[in-house]
Write a protein that binds this ligand. Sequence first.
Ligand SMILES: [Zn+2]
Length: 142
Amino acid sequence: MKCSRLRAWVERCLSPGYAYCGRCKRPWSFVDGHATPYAEGRGCFPLCESCWEQLAPVTRLPFYRILWDSWAKHGTEVPWAVVDAACLYERKPIEIDTLEEGMAIIKALPGLWDCVVGEVDHYQLRPTLPSQVREAWANPQQ
Ligand SMILES: [Zn+2]
């Protein structure tokens, strides 16, 4: 643990101006941030991929709150309820090896998977924004 904290500190020193993971503190120049979509085309990055994977939605939430608090300090139009719902209801994208399988899933689960990204032989289906996030935008209570 001490060793990984030292590594994160050295990496941050080498990466002035970079934001970093709220949990392991490693900067985005060394690890990939995990994007949680909270509106069409908008995502937030409180955690790196590895930390996001290791935590359950409820234990991720405090890191989302810290990020949102920093937005709120400078003024944000994004209600906390939106980020809260985006964190709690986010589902993992699924990896699909062939286009045919991907299309079969989209047809079987209409409205659940709205985005296909990838090469011809490998696709990633990203879940649609959960309805709870849309509702939180419609009825913000923070
Ligand atoms: Zn991390």
